[in-house]
Design a binder for this molecule. Structure first.
Ligand code: NAD
Ligand code: UGA
Length: 443
């Protein structure tokens, strides 16, 4: 099938690469000319395992192309994906300006019937707004071309985006048209082979499903972080508690890892957006507000541990930081907990000596050159001459460190483990003080 994807970010690019990988013919359109130009040269703008090879193979096979030419894109596919950003606006609601701009672009250029698919995460009622925007432009053009608007939210995780798209847990299709459903089933047939993954529902339920999924996952994390904070005060070990409750299949082991807060481009903004949707519809979202509040507090915890250890004397201290991205296997720094830590440390007059396997360029892009941020080539180099070590992201290469070397390199023997990667007794056996999340020491 001929498919067009507007927006070549995490979602659009991965979706386009995976769809072309099963034989669809995909044109990607983006307003970012630099991004399009780089992709044409085979330079992938994001780090995502497996993506580079998939993109290159499909470009070479002639099934995947990139352009800034919207008219070309609109004319290419009967299916038009909208996969642009929906960042928070001033009050935390999802800003739909990019989504509606794409809708109008499609309407301005279409000469034949189109199925417009909302892949971006959008509030309930957005499909109606997209429909209205397209209808308005068509009316201005004096054209009566048929079109449908479908909600088809994306559930991929960064760091595993390609694998998630190739083997989705479910494919949500929000439409009330049987004709559109049939086309969507044809599009996704290669991903629906061995058992039924497609769930068809009305548009509004599909739109809410996306927010409900992210907010449920964020709720699990904030709940566990709250339990961790309690465990610290009660002399319990949250890691034992996690295993104890995860073994109940009704609870499960996923997304109950306590830590220094959830980040990324989605949980923080989507929880916030659903809070605003609820409030705007006369409902007080008590649970969601708390999920957000607990997460904000959790992100200040690493700084609080350091402040506790150094008894408020952080000025002039140099902190080694392992992990900058909001989670492993990505270079994404959006809403990363490391940023809250670094910014608090700088404010307190401390400096940071950091290492991350993929997110160093992104960190440099965000913060530029500054005297209180040293980006080091290896995790060992980040330790040299530092006062303390903080682990913020659980990249594999941080999992079995040389504790002897840590002890020798640090001015003060303390490890702050923001992702509970180490056993406290093991770390302490090297003469290092240990702070974990929900494991003894409380702040
Ligand atoms: P992103 O910021 O990485 O990419 C968005 C792209 O859209 C950019 O390249 C931008 O230049 C382009 N764009 C903006 N306006 C455009 C226009 N008028 N025409 C063409 N291109 C345009 O965003 P993302 O992370 O891919 O997220 C996209 C949407 O998908 C968001 O709603 C997000 O919540 C949702 N989502 C993201 C993820 C994720 O893991 N990142 C997962 C599921 C859902
Ligand atoms: C999340 C969802 O998992 C995806 O299904 C969804 O499509 C996506 O948001 C989205 O809508 O964009 P992502 O943000 O890429 O994916 O990453 P997650 O693996 O969900 O992690 C999010 C944050 O939660 C990270 O900071 C991670 O460290 C934290 N986390 C995760 C925990 O603190 N504990 C856990 O047990 C799991």
């Amino acid at each position: 099938m001929k498919v067009t994807v507007f927006g070549i970010g995490y979602v659009g690019l991965v979706q386009a690469a995976v769809l072309s990988g099963v034989g669809h013919n995909v044109v990607c359109v983006d307003v970012n000319a630099d991004r399009v130009e780089k992709l044409k040269q085979g330079i992938i703008p994001i780090y995502e395992p497996g993506l580079e090879n998939l993109v290159k193979a499909n470009v070479e096979a002639g099934r995947l192309q990139f352009t800034t030419d919207a008219a070309l894109g609109v004319n290419h596919g009967q299916i038009q994906f909208i996969a642009v950003g929906t960042p928070p606006d001033e009050d935390g609601s999802a800003d739909l300006k990019y989504v509606l701009e794409v809708a109008r672009t499609v309407a301005r250029n279409m000469a034949a019937p189109k199925i417009i698919i909302n892949k971006s995460t959008v509030p309930v009622g957005t499909a109606d707004k997209v429909k209205a925007a397209v209808a308005e432009v068509l009316a201005e053009r004096g054209e009566a071309i048929e079109f449908d608007v479908v909600s088809n939210p994306e559930f991929l995780k960064e760091g595993a985006a390609v694998a998630d798209c190739q083997r989705p847990d479910r494919i949500i299709i929000g439409t009330d048209s049987e004709k559109v459903e049939a086309r969507m089933r044809e599009l996704y047939a290669p991903f629906n082979r061995n058992h039924e993954r497609i769930i068809v529902m009305d548009v509004r339920s599909a739109e809410l499903t996306k927010y409900a999924a992210n907010c449920m996952l964020a709720t699990k994390i904030s709940f566990m972080n709250e339990m961790a904070n309690l465990a610290e005060r009660l002399g319990a070990d949250i890691e034992k508690v996690r295993q104890g409750i995860g073994s109940d299949p009704r609870i499960g082991y996923s997304f109950i890892y306590p830590g220094c807060g959830y980040g990324g481009s989605c949980f923080p903004k989507d929880v916030q957006a659903l809070v605003r949707t609820a409030e705007n519809n006369g409902y007080v979202p008590e649970i969601l507000r708390s999920v957000e509040a607990v997460n904000h507090r959790q992100k200040t915890k690493l700084f609080a541990f350091l402040n506790d250890y150094f008894e408020g004397q952080l000025a002039g201290k140099k902190i080694a930081l392992w992990g900058l991205s909001f989670k492993p296997n990505t270079d994404d720094m959006r809403d990363a907990s490391s940023r809250v830590l670094m910014e608090s440390l700088w404010q307190a007059g401390a400096s940071v000596q950091a290492f991350d396997p993929e997110a160093m360029n992104e960190t440099q892009r965000i913060y530029g050159s500054r005297d209180d941020l040293m980006l080091m080539g290896t995790k060992e180099a980040a330790l040299r001459g530092a006062d303390a070590l903080v682990v913020c992201t659980e990249w594999n290469i941080f999992k079995a460190p040389d504790f002897e070397l840590i002890k020798e390199s640090l001015q003060c023997p303390v490890v702050i483990d923001g992702r509970n990667q180490y056993e406290p007794e093991l770390v302490e056996s090297y003469g290092l003080a240990y702070y974990g999340i929900g494991r003894g020491r409380s702040v």
